[in-house]
Design a protein around this ligand. Structure first.
Ligand SMILES: NC(=O)c1ccc[n+]([C@@H]2O[C@H](COP(=O)([O-])OP(=O)(O)OC[C@H]3O[C@@H](n4cnc5c(N)ncnc54)[C@H](O)[C@@H]3O)[C@@H](O)[C@H]2O)c1
Length: 409
């Protein structure tokens, strides 16, 4: 079986809407749960099952709704399909304040209620308001081992598979766990792929990044390392600019645990502007890597970059994306650009990458750049929005993956 990479998307029947597999399709399964102790509501939405299994994190926030969880599950399904991973997309969400002292109990009871899914069909992980440590502790309480359980239990020797996965999760790259930096590395590769496709020399490619947390900080680090010019970064406190290129490693050193840069230690030659200014800075690439709906109908006219690479989920509203398309500014969609960490986790589970971080980097660089090349080629040929080509790629893979079982060595 060959999955869609450089040309596979062509196999979708012309005239059918590839987005229909994701946008219009109702979730395969939905479970709503009410906590008998606090009355909190939780949701599991399984958008697609591939080989009987799906993956997606669990979030907790006051006000979390079923439709939010369903949107995120759809996003996961699109990501896993775009990268040809033999797993569907899902998401868990609990409407409860994660800082409430009762939060851990709520999470534990939610997982206990979802146990049949977690046992066999749903691999979950950290998300907004829920750290991986909290997930692991809640799993232990329920007697479920760890959050990869549903996949690992399919291995012929689950203990050995678990040891192999743990070894991979402990790998450090540039002093940080590989799993924490690989998502940002993938975003950087999407930017470099766009630069290559549009014929921009890397050293002359200027990038502006909104957000310097896990995704934005990682992207900035690896773009800087590749020789690109990161001319501006923004955090929740404002925008920092150096048109000759920021000293990214030095600035990242000044971040606190929330991804905010200590302004008292920023060098004097770095210009400090408002948080919103990041949109209108002149650059080849703009990377929204902080909030959803960063680019909307009311501010899209401010975007000065030639390409947008979405690191944040749903960074661009559909109306704003139409406006950008009309202006000749393509958007590399979130489900391609930010899929690096999800793809890596499944490569690790399947034994396709191991403890040498360079193997993981090489694999992601190749896959991300080849996908962006396809999106850029269609964009250049006939103006097809990159999101549409991405959906076609994901849809082709989803159909090819029907009936495929994951093999965990
Ligand atoms: N972390 C992952 O593995 C991952 C994977 C896929 C997608 N994402 C998405 O990427 C986005 C960022 O996630 P993260 O994990 O990097 O978050 P994070 O909390 O580590 O960092 C967020 C950054 O955004 C900044 N920020 C917040 N509000 C801002 C604003 N209004 N303007 C400018 N900057 C602002 C913060 O100061 C911080 O630097 C989210 O949409 C997330 O869903 C994350």
């Amino acid at each position: 079986m060959t999955l869609a990479d450089n040309t596979g998307w062509l196999t979708r029947t012309p005239g059918t809407d590839p987005a229909a597999d994701f946008v219009d399709r109702a979730p395969a399964h939905e479970v709503t749960w009410t906590d008998p102790v606090t009355g909190a509501t939780g949701h599991l939405v399984v958008h697609t099952l591939v080989g009987g299994i799906a993956t997606g994190g669990t979030r907790m926030r006051a006000g979390c709704t079923r439709s939010e969880v369903a949107d995120l599950a759809r996003g996961m399904a699109t990501k896993t399909a775009a990268f040809g991973l033999p797993v569907g997309g899902a998401k868990g969400g609990v409407d409860f304040d994660p800082k409430d002292p009762r939060a851990f109990g709520v999470l534990t009871r939610f997982f206990a209620a979802m146990r049949p899914w977690l046992d066999a069909r749903w691999v979950t992980a950290e998300d907004l308001g829920v750290t991986q440590q909290r997930i692991d502790a809640a799993f232990a309480e329920v007697g479920l081992g760890q959050s990869f359980h549903a996949a690992i239990s399919r291995a012929p020797q689950p203990e050995a598979a678990l040891a192999r996965v743990h070894a991979g999760l402990e790998v450090l790259a540039d002093g940080l766990p590989l799993g924490d930096v690989i998502g940002g590395y993938g975003v950087a590769q999407a930017c470099l792929g766009a630069a290559r496709a549009f014929g921009w020399e890397v050293e002359r490619t200027r990038v502006a990044i909104q957000g310097v947390g896990t995704m934005g900080g990682g992207a900035a680090w690896y773009l800087h390392e590749a020789g690109a010019k990161v001319v501006a970064v923004a955090d929740a406190a404002g925008t920092l600019v150096d048109r000759r290129g920021l000293d990214v490693p030095a600035l990242l050193e000044l971040r606190d645990e929330y991804g905010e840069i200590d302004r008292t230690r920023v060098p004097a030659h770095v210009q400090q502007l408002s948080r919103e200014a990041i949109l209108s800075l002149e650059a080849e690439v703009f990377v929204p890597a902080a909030i959803s709906y960063a680019i909307r109908e009311d501010n899209v006219h401010e975007v000065a970059a030639k390409v947008v690479v979405e690191a944040a989920n749903a960074a661009t509203t559909w109306g704003a994306e139409d406006a950008l398309t009309a202006r000749g500014v393509p958007v590399v969609p979130d489900f391609i650009a930010n899929a690096g960490a999800a793809a890596w986790a499944w490569w690790l589970l399947q034994g396709q990458v191991g403890t040498d971080p360079q193997d993981s980097f090489r694999r992601l660089a190749t896959e991300m750049q080849s996908k962006v090349a396809v999106l850029a080629e269609r964009w250049t040929q006939d103006g097809t929005p990159m999101r549409d080509t991405g959906f076609a790629l994901a849809s082709t893979n989803l159909h090819l993956l029907e009936g495929v079982e994951i093999v965990i060595p």
